[in-house]
Design a protein around this ligand. Structure first.
Ligand code: ADP
Length: 344
């Protein structure tokens, strides 16, 4: 299996008055696991459909390894897809489900058998035990593996996954995310994974694009986007953050400041500005939520609500009702400048 580099150039797509994609350009490096994260309706599925070839863009081009595939039908693009509702063929065995694409291509029986065996091994489904089963005789997680095996059997140049885990229980989801990462690394197939779930995106992505209203707000490595989000929307959609009104000296124009929850510090005594602290405000703890290794404290301040995520040991000093000072540290401070139309 060999992945291609996928490049989207100035893609736009409308449905009547709805702008689904607006001048989207994107480079997906060969063999990478690229996650597109955004709220429902922002254009993620449309983007995947355009890469797969079953949706035609109004404008723009799709390139696989530099070759323009924009006009090419899906069957000629050699892409594997897994959707939210899996769409396994209910009256076909696991073997036949996985073999489907190979049969359509008219591959010889022996080659089909070998390929089905090898992709079942890749997704860790025992051939003896599962090849003959029908989809309804499998757990949700196993069905997921079959769907993935079916997509991989055709040795796709690009693997497209559209919210494949949204119907899966949390514990199974974690397991499948780990598996997916392993499988993707072993298969070395360029993968586009679409989700509205930030924890999935954070877990999986080599690269990430955060989407909103048909545009890509930010593209980069997950750490980059988490530490340096370009907008309030990106900061809130990829992680949680405290955002306060804040004049930043020398910047000019309106701005806000943001601090990630784990960098938000508390103190019972009034702090002094300087020494790594750029400001502080007073507040009151209104809720304390146990989260395993951390405790989430919810606070009310004169500037609205805020949160702090403290290690458990540290959190024992703080109780609901306590008056505290919320410290804004210099390290990790994120500044959002006004971007027009009231957005930051
Ligand atoms: P997402 O996958 O992020 O939920 P979609 O790509 O499915 O978003 O949809 C983007 C926008 O385009 C939405 O406003 C949606 O309602 C609209 N849309 C998608 N497909 C169609 C269609 N076939 N006809 C009309 N509107 C559509």
């Amino acid at each position: 299996m060999r992945g291609v580099e996928v490049r989207l150039e100035n893609i736009s797509k409308r449905y009547g008055n709805t702008v689904a994609l607006k001048d989207v350009s994107l480079n997906v490096p060969r063999g990478s696991l690229f996650t597109v994260l955004g709220p429902s309706g922002c254009g993620k599925s449309t983007l995947l459909g355009i890469v797969a070839g079953f949706i035609e863009p109004d404008e723009g081009h799709v390139f696989f390894d530099g070759a323009d595939v924009t006009g090419l039908p899906p069957q000629k693009r050699n892409v594997g897809m897994v959707f939210q509702d899996l769409a396994l063929f209910p009256h076909m065995s696991v073997f036949e489900n996985i073999a489907f694409g190979l049969r359509v291509r008219g591959e010889p029986e022996q080659a089909i058998r070998e390929k089905v065996k090898s992709v079942m091994e890749l997704v860790r489904l025992d051939f003896q035990e599962y090849a003959g089963r029908m989809p309804h005789q499998l757990s949700g997680g196993q069905q997921q593996r079959v769907a993935l095996a079916r997509a991989l059997a055709i040795e796709p140049r690009v693997l497209l996954l559209d919210e494949p885990l949204s119907h899966v229980d949390y514990s199974v989801k974690i397991l499948l995310l780990e598996e997916l990462k392993r499988i993707q690394r072993e298969a070395k197939v360029t993968t586009l994974y679409v989700t509205h779930d930030q924890s999935e995106a954070m877990y999986l992505a080599d690269y990430l694009a955060v989407m909103n209203y048909g545009t890509l707000e930010q593209v980069g490595r997950p750490e980059e986007i988490y530490d340096s989000p370009v907008s309030e929307f990106v900061a809130r959609f990829f992680g949680d953050i405290n955002i306060f009104p804040g004049e930043v000296a020398g910047l000019g124009g309106a701005s806000k400041i943001g601090v990630r929850l784990e960098r938000t510090m508390l103190s019972k005594t009034e702090p002094r500005v300087g020494n790594g602290i750029v400001g502080y405000m007073s507040g009151r703890i209104v809720e304390k939520i146990f989260q395993g290794p951390h405790v989430l404290l919810k606070l009310e301040t004169d500037y609205g609500s805020a949160k702090a995520l403290l290690p458990r040991a540290e959190s024992s000093h703080y109780n609901v009702g306590d008056r505290v000072f919320i410290l804004v540290p210099r390290t990790g401070l994120i500044v959002f400048r006004q971007r027009g139309s009231g957005r930051y």
